[in-house]
Write a protein that binds this ligand. Sequence first.
Ligand SMILES: C[S@@+](CC[C@H](N)C(=O)[O-])C[C@H]1O[C@@H](n2cnc3c(N)ncnc32)[C@H](O)[C@@H]1O
Length: 287
Amino acid sequence: MHKLATNYWDKTMEVSAKKDNSRIEWVVGSCRDYFFRSCLLNMFREKDDKVMKAIDEQFSYKHKPYQVEKVKLLDVGSCYNPFSVFEDFDVTAIDIAPAQESVRYCDFLEVPLNESSSSMSSESIEALAKSFFDAVVFSLLLEYLPSSDQRLKCCKKAYDVLKPEGILLIITPDSRHQGANAKLMKNWRYTLGLMGFSRIKIEKLEHVTCMVFRKSLFPEVSERWCKIHKEGYMEPVLSIPQDFNNPGMEVDGGNSGTLREERTEQDMSEIKQMFDGLPLGDDDMNE
Ligand SMILES: C[S@@+](CC[C@H](N)C(=O)[O-])C[C@H]1O[C@@H](n2cnc3c(N)ncnc32)[C@H](O)[C@@H]1O
């Protein structure tokens, strides 16, 4: 899996990619912009305060500075711990099939959450602490989970282990042209918004879409976005393009009133190529 991730995904998914087109660099750069370089955290804090004022003109809140020396990052489905080389990050790497010693065994869907502290050995994690991490990363993870409910459970867990104002970074395979999966991505924004996450960044790199969601101090902020922007096709599910393969139910990805999007033969072959070597057979792709 490690070989696959570094030799195959880094070279094939990001074919002719510049260095800054890599998903790992993208995550690192986004965290640095948010917590250190441009301190975007403060900008989004101000934006949230404005929304709260719009909801209630009496609103007032005295913020404390968000302290971060090293970004406490939880890499879920880490496989080979790609973030361990960055010195400004304090990484907890977990996977159900660790490919390196520094990655601890942990099934994120099942691991219990503690109010105060994590419980772990050098090899595995028995419990994770709530409100502990500055950042949680799902890089090519959600596609491993076969149902929307499992993906939702995963995102809700990320919400619980993040500190208020922490960020969830999601990288998802997407070989289609920019905008082709726009509706799906907007529905993710809606669904995660209902959970209390505000999407603060989305970028399409070659073969992947990358997103940052902020856990606001005030869930009312994202709830308000959901109320204002709800469209007919939106529903609280986390679908991925691979979920839609029944030709009778597919329609265009642009203006129709449904989430389902047509997949061309080229899409199918690209998806298969992307997952080539992973424990997925043709039947899994077509289920
Ligand atoms: C496609 S790999 C992604 C590897 C790496 N994050 C990257 O971007 O190259 C997905 C990883 O998720 C792991 N995984 C799947 N379900 C998981 C779960 N419930 N908890 C933790 N890891 C999981 C798999 O074992 C696999 O290593």
